[in-house]
Design a protein around this ligand. Structure first.
Ligand code: 5AD
Ligand code: SF4
Length: 441
């Protein structure tokens, strides 16, 4: 174990991945090196997620196991950060139950990480530092991105939507937009460094700019990134159906670099449940959006998030969700069992759904969605797509893998093809989760 070697585990969404890149940037500046094995590390960092109970349980399991390691190596530094510990009672519980943890810090004070780390390494006590408020957007923090091909770029931080099931607004604070000029400059510099693709990140990208003095919305930001930078591909997530509009669909249709993929979480197909969720749209609105988007961008992939077993969800409500899955025919969906989160309105709602019922509905939903995913993949057989090559496939080393503009994974064999290249492939076989392709020369 060496003091200047670290290992970082990241849970949860792309926001957390992006924050981890900032932490890596700081650690690079401090002369640290990332290692693969916990036993080689002098510093263990966990960037945690609070969206569902399961993610939190995993973190508690990890922290528990680190206790033995700390006994063997008292010099080991253990740091826990992210959304889970931004909840004060959880942070306090960790401090009390796992006193060997050296540093606990939240989502708002990431910019002070080097100072916090130093304090934690010098102190015998656990350093617990949470800020209630994020304050201004901080620009210019260091960042270490791993692959040199694809990059996450924040456009907004926080969320103002307060969907009744969701803990994010409480742990990530109010919505703050970065200035469009800063975003465009960052994408330009990534393109100049050889990056091929950026994903613009926000909890609700469609409300970008509402908090700025400058008159700017997401569609115009996307248009600027498309026309003012040299980046090959631009993606964005997550879209909110309430704020998604025709202007944006046109930018996707006309954009040179804007990829034909929209991740548009529907959460439920029942208007009654959508209302209880405080989502701010109806199933009819969602269906109209899907139709409008496909009108402008016929090749657009549409993916979604769906929660099963929200409080009060009846068999009829669930049937409406299943029906929407059949009507829209999503390319893929992230499906979740509703997980009550302390402090959110839904956790206190009557009619919490029995776990067995949730699981049974979940498997019916999965069956319908898997059928559609395969259906959508099959429709691509015989067509030719631009692929951004990522590298060898995870399972077969001699097979390469890449993604189409619609964000479909394609595995193919080919010589003299390097990660980061854009190649054309013909789809030859469809599977539920991926496609097989043949290089077109
Ligand atoms: N339970 C289950 N799923 C949730 N999500 C957010 N909060 C919860 C919760 N309490 C899901 C939503 C969201 C995705 C990122 O996580 O579907 O879109
Ligand atoms: Fe959570 Fe809703 Fe905000 Fe998404 S839009 S982060 S689901 S509150």
């Amino acid at each position: 174990m060496e003091k200047n070697k670290y290992i970082m585990t990241v849970f949860g969404c792309q926001m957390n991945e992006r924050d981890a890149e900032t932490l890596r940037g700081f650690l690079d500046e401090l002369g640290y090196e990332e290692v693969e094995k916990v036993k080689d590390a002098g510093l263990v960092i966990m960037n945690t997620c609070a969206v569902r109970q399961k993610a939190e349980e995993k973190v508690f399991g990890h922290i528990g196991r680190l206790g033995k390691l700390k006994q063997e190596n008292p010099d080991l530094t253990i740091a826990i950060c992210g959304c889970m510990v931004q909840q004060e009672e959880v942070a306090k519980k960790i401090k009390k139950s796992y006193p060997y943890v050296d540093l606990i810090f939240g989502t708002h004070n990431i910019a002070t990480f080097p100072e916090l780390l130093q304090r934690a390494q010098e102190s015998e006590e656990t350093i617990l530092d949470l800020w209630d408020d994020a304050g201004q957007v901080v620009e210019g923090l260091p960042v270490t991105r791993k692959d040199g091909i694809k990059a996450w770029v924040n456009i907004t931080y926080g969320c103002n939507n307060f969907c009744s099931y969701c803990v994010v607004p409480y742990v990530r604070g109010r919505e703050r937009s970065r200035l469009p000029g800063d975003i465009v400059a960052e994408v330009s510099s990534l393109a100049a460094k050889g990056f091929r693709e950026v994903t613009l990140l926000g909890q609700n990208v469609n409300s970008y700019g509402k908090d700025l003095d400058e008159l700017v919305d997401f569609a115009s930001l996307l248009h600027r990134v498309d026309t003012e930078t040299e980046i090959d591909r631009v993606r964005f997530m997550t879209s909110h159906p309430r704020d998604f509009n025709e202007k944006l669909a046109k930018v996707i249709a006309e954009g040179r670099s804007v990829c034909e993929h929209v991740h548009l979480p529907i959460q439920s197909g029942s208007n009654r449940i959508l209302e209880l969720m405080n989502r701010g749209y109806t199933r009819e609105h969602y269906l109209a959006l899907a139709e409008m988007l496909r009108g402008y961008v016929p090749s657009c992939a549409l993916t979604t998030d769906i929660i099963v077993g929200f409080p009060g969800e009846t068999e009829e409500d669930f049937a409406m969700t299943l029906e929407i899955v059949e009507i829209v025919g999503f390319d893929s969906a992230f499906t979740f069992l509703y997980s009550p989160r302390k402090g959110t309105p839904a956790a206190k709602m009557p009619g919490q759904v029995d776990n067995g019922v949730k699981k049974e509905r979940f498997s019916r939903l999965l069956e319908a969605q898997n059928r559609w995913s395969l259906e959508r993949s099959k429709a691509l057989v015989g067509s030719v797509h631009e692929l951004l090559v990522e590298g060898p496939s995870k399972t077969e080393k001699h097979v390469l893998t890449g993604r189409t503009r619609q964000n479909k994974t394609v595995n193919f064999t080919g010589e003299n093809v390097m990660p980061g290249e854009l190649v054309m492939v013909e789809i030859i076989e469809a599977r539920t989760w991926s496609l097989a392709g043949r290089l077109k020369t």
